[in-house]
Structure formats: structure tokens, C-alpha cells
Design a protein around this ligand. Structure first.
Ligand SMILES: Cc1cc2nc3c(=O)[nH]c(=O)nc-3n(C[C@H](O)[C@H](O)[C@H](O)COP(=O)(O)OP(=O)(O)OC[C@H]3O[C@@H](n4cnc5c(N)ncnc54)[C@H](O)[C@@H]3O)c2cc1C
Length: 487
């Protein structure tokens, strides 16, 4: 730290906000230095990344602007944060000194507009809080990521998140109609809320998915939908092979049906929920919406799946309904996992990718075969598809291993990173994308050139033009060692 001392940073942050808004508690700074990517070291209190100088909690957009401008002028790295549920090292700093700019006090629902079917919130509004509030009024955002009880709107937009009902409602990019954000130099920009626009490139996408590397999102407006829980139909089947399961997913979506949930689990992955069903892959569907539409969609899916000679009804169906109710992770599940990791070196992770239909089964088979062959002490690897499109689907690999050395500091290098590498390699070489919804962070940033190919130049030009000093989450999306390379 050549130009600015830690004390000077803290004093200046207090000047720009207030004493009560600047946190320098050592335990909280340590905890904030890592995210869920290093959940095993974090559970054992081993902090391997730079520790932030402070966490600052702005209470209005002017304070966000003042803090960002100060950081930009003095070379302080800024890590934006809202819910803190990041899992790809996006909350870890690649450069010192750094501060966490935490949006959780920007927590107001600003406008509920049932006529235009829109909701405007500040970035730190928890999704679960907004969703419960809307449900009581008969509306929904349609956004139900597994992290719904953990994540806030700013982070959800910044990571291009997606929820379990995506086939009907879309990902967050289909939901956001407008937003407000603060650029690194303190400039405040707003994108208005209109149903569609044809006015040049759609600049919402400069911010959606920026992962804190271009701007700090302060306000978001999303679409609303009617909340109709009485119209749900659940359907579930076992299927003899993953390939037949993928074919059915493809045919249902390609034919134009839009269930809210359409999933395929391999037997290994499903057995973590119901071990007695560890024999065959499982297909799961939920339909919803206006009653005639939900009924018709469920009827058509039933007919298509039952026409296959490789499917059998899953019994009991109540198991599926109950499983779906408990699919989201609350703080309780997070705490339970931390407790377990404190005691036992049994570590579970996930990595998700996406590809076109003609390659998806090949990727599933290649990855599971390679991981089983190359990774020692593997407890198991399985996976599921949970978001389908006319041209392809995602694959969410779920794996666990026993860290025989019980060495959380070295575990990443021995297990998690090599498994990630296999998944990314096998996906990229078949034309898929290395991240369907968890973002790039710093974990997958080393593969960013292979991901983008000839369009990498466009990505780098975009990030560098809005954040020329690399103030915003340096090393995220584009690693530090790539930043100054000639084009
Ligand atoms: C148990 C669990 C389940 C999950 N399930 C899903 C899932 O179903 N679908 C899914 O998409 N993801 C999922 N995730 C990943 C994660 O929850 C999402 O990426 C979520 O969108 C992050 O939101 P957050 O508010 O917690 O953001 P944070 O963790 O605070 O931040 C995430 C990233 O966005 C940046 N950021 C945060 N706030 C802002 C802001 N205001 N402006 C600019 N940048 C910002 C951060 O710098 C960081 O890079 C899951 C994570 C966990 C731990």
C-alpha cells in the first residue's frame, strides 16, 4: 500500500458516511475476505485472501457515489456486496488495499406498480422479503433461485442469476426493465423502465452480469406476474437413461411448452435426497399460470413423457412436492454446513455449465468419467439439468470428496480447482459455456479467453472503458495478469 494508509482509508470513509457506517471489526473483516467458494477454509477460519480494510454501508446513492469516487481517485479496490451468497470468489479481493461496499442498508421497496406490473427496489432489498410481500398482494417476481433467502437484488442482477422457475419466467435478464447504477468515477446513471426499446445496443446488459466489475447497482425495477399457487401441477417420472431424459426435456421445450420447472437428475445426484431412488435418473416438472394454461401444459407433458417406453411414474409424488418446498437454502442450511465442515473434511461443491442439446449428454458422460478417474478420494459426482431452452440446457454438477489430508488451506488445489478445470475443459471443447448462472468471479476468470474466443476483445474493451483504473472488483471476470496485456 504505497499511497494511502489503512487509517487514512477508514478516516475518509467515516468522513464520507458516518462512524456507524464503517465496520473494522477484525472477525467480520476476516469473514468478508472469502465467499462460498472457500467455504471449507472459511468454516475452519483459515483466511487465504487479502483482508479488507473496512466494510462500508452507504445509506443513499450519493454516499455510494462519494465512496466510489474516493476509491477511484486513490487506488483502493472496491468489492461491491449485497447478500454475500457469491460462490465463485467474486467477493475475494485480487488487489490490496480493498474495501467492501455493502449495499444492505439500501433496503427500501421504492415503488409497487400493479398497473404496469413492475416493482422498483433498492439494491439491498432481500429477494425473499420482496417476494413474500408481493405474494400477499397476489403477485410474484417469478424469481426463485436456490439462494432466494440469502441474496439481494443488487447481487442477483450483478451475477445474471436464474431461478428454479426459469423456463416460464426467464432469468433475471428477462425480468429487469430498468435500473440505477454508480460508475467508478461517482457518476450516477439511470436506465428508464419501458416494455421494450430499439435505441441502439441494450445498455441494461452493461450492468446485468457486471459482477461488481463495472459499476455499483443501486436500484432495480423488475417485472411482476400474477401469483397463482392454486394452479400448480407436479409431475415426476423415473427414466432409464440420462440420454432419454435429455431427449424428453428437449422435445417438450422445443414443442413450445413452458412448465415453470423442468428438471432431470441423474441417480447419484437424486440419491442425496431420497437414497432409495438411487437406481435411475428422475424427471420432474411443475406447471403454473392461468388455470387452463397450467392444465394444458401438464396434460401435454404427461402425454409426451408417458409415450416413452423408458419412463415410469415416480412414487410417491408427495416426495417431490415436499422436496421442492425445501429446495431453497436459508441461513439455517448454511450454518448446518459450516458446523459439519468444522468437524469433518467431507466437502461438497457444485459447478454449472450449459451447452446445446446435441452435446449435453456427451459433456455429462465425459465429465463424470474423467472426474471419477482423475480425482482421488472422490465420494461421488452426479448432476442435473434445471434450466432448459429451445436450443439447449444447463448441467449442474454436484460432487463431494473427502479431504484425506484434512488440510483446508490446500484443498482447493488438490480437489476443487482440478474438478472445476475438468468440467470447464470438457464443456468448452464441445462449444458450451463455462458458466450458466453462477458468474465468472475469480474462480473461472483464468478461462475467460477460451470462453469468449475472438469476442474477448469486446469484453475487455467494455470493462476497461467504464473502469479504466480497474477500481471495481479488480481481477474479477478478467484476471489481473490479462488486464494490461496488449489487445
Ligand atoms: C446455497 C446457494 C444457492 C445458490 N443458488 C443459486 C441459484 O439457484 N441461482 C443463481 O443464479 N445463483 C445461485 N447462487 C449463487 C448466488 O446466490 C447468486 O449469484 C446471487 O445472485 C448473489 O446475490 P448476492 O446478493 O448474495 O450477491 P453477493 O454475494 O453480495 O455478490 C455477488 C457478486 O455480485 C457483485 N455485487 C453484489 N452487489 C452488487 C451491486 N449492488 N452492484 C454491483 N455488483 C454487485 C459482487 O461484487 C459479487 O461479485 C447460490 C449460492 C448459494 C450459496
Amino acid at each position: 500500500m504505497d499511497t494511502v494508509t489503512k487509517d487514512a482509508i477508514v478516516q475518509q470513509l467515516i468522513q464520507l458516511t458516518s462512524r456507524d457506517q464503517v465496520n473494522v471489526d477484525p472477525d467480520q473483516l476476516n469473514y468478508a475476505s472469502l465467499d462460498f467458494y472457500r467455504k471449507y477454509p472459511r468454516a475452519r477460519k483459515i483466511y487465504q485472501a487479502p483482508i479488507p480494510v473496512a466494510i462500508v454501508y452507504p445509506e443513499n446513492v450519493a454516499q455510494v457515489a462519494a465512496v466510489l469516487k474516493y476509491a477511484n481517485d486513490t487506488g483502493v479496490n472496491v468489492i461491491p456486496r449485497t447478500g454475500g451468497s457469491e460462490i465463485e470468489r467474486g467477493l475475494e479481493s485480487a488487489r490490496e488495499p480493498h474495501i467492501i461496499v455493502d449495499g444492505s442498508r439500501l433496503n427500501q421497496i421504492l415503488k409497487f406498480d400493479p398497473e404496469d406490473m413492475q416493482l422498483t427496489v433498492q439494491a439491498g432489498v432481500p429477494l425473499k422479503q420482496a417476494e413474500d410481500w408481493l405474494n400477499e398482494k397476489g403477485y410474484t417476481t417469478g424469481h426463485l433461485p436456490q439462494s432466494q433467502p440469502l441474496a439481494d437484488f443488487g447481487g442477483l442482477v450483478a451475477t445474471r442469476s436464474i431461478g428454479q422457475l426459469s423456463t416460464l419466467y426467464g432469468g433475471i435478464e428477462d425480468m429487469v426493465v430498468g435500473l440505477e447504477a454508480v460508475m467508478p468515477d461517482g457518476r450516477i446513471v439511470r436506465i428508464k423502465n419501458v416494455p421494450r426499446r430499439s435505441v441502439g445496443p441494450d445498455i441494461r446488459h452493461v450492468f446485468i452480469g457486471n459482477e461488481g466489475s463495472i459499476a455499483f447497482i443501486t436500484e432495480v425495477t423488475v417485472k411482476l406476474f400474477p401469483y397463482l399457487p392454486d394452479t400448480y401441477h407436479y409431475l415426476a417420472y423415473t427414466v432409464d437413461t440420462m440420454r432419454e431424459g435429455f431427449r424428453l426435456l428437449r422435445d417438450i421445450v422445443a414443442a413450445g411448452y413452458r412448465p415453470s420447472v423442468i428438471r432431470l437428475y441423474d441417480a447419484q445426484d437424486w440419491s442425496q435426497f431420497y437414497p432409495k431412488h438411487a437406481e435411475k435418473p428422475v424427471l420432474i416438472f411443475r406447471t403454473e399460470g392461468p388455470q387452463p394454461l397450467s392444465d394444458a401444459t401438464a396434460g401435454a407433458i404427461k402425454a409426451m413423457v408417458e409415450a416413452s417406453s423408458q419412463t415410469q411414474p415416480y412414487e410417491p409424488l408427495d416426495e417431490i412436492i415436499d422436496w421442492f418446498k425445501h429446495l431453497t437454502w436459508t441461513q439455517k442450511e448454511v450454518d448446518a454446513e459450516v458446523n459439519q465442515l468444522e468437524k469433518t473434511p467431507f466437502v461438497g461443491f457444485t459447478t454449472e455449465v450449459a451447452a446445446n442439446w446435441h452435446e449435453i449428454a456427451n459433456i455429462f458422460e465425459a465429465v463424470t468419467a474423467r472426474v471419477k478417474k482423475e480425482i482421488p478420494n472422490l465420494y461421488g459426482i452426479g448432476g442435473h439439468s434445471s434450466h432448459s431452452y429451445v436450443n439447449g440446457t444447463n448441467l449442474y454438477f454436484v460432487y463431494a470428496f473427502i479431504d484425506a489430508e484434512d488440510d483446508p488451506a490446500g484443498e482447493m488445489a488438490r480437489y476443487h480447482d482440478p474438478i472445476n478445470k475438468i468440467i470447464v475443459e470438457e464443456t468448452l471443447k464441445r462449444g458450451g459455456t463455462m458458466s450458466h448462472h453462477h458468474g465468472v468471479g475469480k474462480a473461472r476468470a483464468p478461462f475467460i479467453k477460451e470462453e469468449y474466443g475472438s469476442s474477448y476483445w469486446v469484453l475487455k474493451t467494455l470493462l476497461k472503458s467504464f473502469d479504466p483504473k480497474n477500481t471495481m472488483n479488480a481481477g474479477n471476470i478478467i484476471p489481473l495478469e490479462f488486464w494490461d496485456e496488449p489487445d
